[in-house]
Ligand binder design. Structure first.
Ligand code: AMP
Length: 220
């Protein structure tokens, strides 16, 4: 099963993708994580994408599509995966469709995690992320059990450099202009499913798993 998780920055796509990936055993491809790892390692790719990320702008489609295609060729993605943060433009969505079609595969569903603008700003403001396993926390709504330590792996928590107020506003603007057309793209293909992302993390993930017809797996 090939899934796309859509939603604004802060909607909970990453949290949901990680949770569903664990529950149903699908590989999790997060474009933002791939780029952040490249920046941390100081690779050529990292150096070329850093400026876009720091400003809250999208990395050019050509670069993004190349990175995702390479990741998609890895063995753990052959029977399915969850895309998180990709596609973010209609061009990326079309390229993904073509790549999958060339292998006789297709996106099964695009899940749109919907959250109000007010809530998005609130969530992005207090976000902390595990340096090791990328699990997100929030200072107010979902703090870690031990301050500054990840509940899952004990890793150190950090605040993303693009979670500053100014960059958050830019990322939201970019989302509304460049990424919302992707919703229409999957709606036209009859693949878009909307879920209410305002509710608790567990509730949202259960609804997504139900929508995908994966109930029995959830009960494990
Ligand atoms: P994220 O972790 O998904 O919020 O992504 C962080 C940043 O990485 C974004 O603000 C972009 O600069 C870049 N990025 C991640 N995914 C994409 C994508 N699909 N297309 C272009 N840029 C991306």
């Amino acid at each position: 099963m090939f899934l796309v998780l859509l939603g604004a920055p802060g909607a909970g796509k990453g949290t949901q993708a990680a949770m569903i990936s664990r529950k149903v055993g699908l590989a999790h491809i997060a474009s933002g994580d791939l780029f952040r790892q490249a920046v941390e390692k100081g690779t050529e790719l990292g150096q070329s994408v850093k400026a876009y990320m720091d400003k809250g702008m999208l990395v050019p489609d050509e670069v993004t599509i190349q990175v995702i295609s390479e990741r998609l060729n890895e063995p753990d993605c052959q029977t399915g995966c969850i895309f998180d943060g990709f596609p973010r433009t209609v061009e990326q969505a079309k390229a993904l469709g073509k790549t999958l079609a060339s292998q006789g595969k297709a996106i099964d569903k695009a899940i749109y995690v919907e959250v109000s603008d007010e809530e998005l700003l609130k969530r992005l403001g207090g976000r902390w992320i595990c340096r090791q396993c990328q699990t997100p926390y929030h200072e107010v709504t979902s703090p870690p059990r031990i301050p500054n330590k990840c509940d899952e792996c004990g890793g150190e928590l950090y605040q993303r450099s693009d979670d500053t107020e100014e960059t958050v506003k830019e990322r939201l603007k970019v989302y509304f202009v460049q990424t919302t057309p992707v919703l229409d793209y999957y709606r036209a293909e009859g693949k878009l499913v909307k879920v209410d992302g305002k509710r608790g993390i567990e509730e949202v993930s259960e609804e997504i798993i139900d929508v995908l017809g994966l109930k029995s797996v959830k009960a494990k």
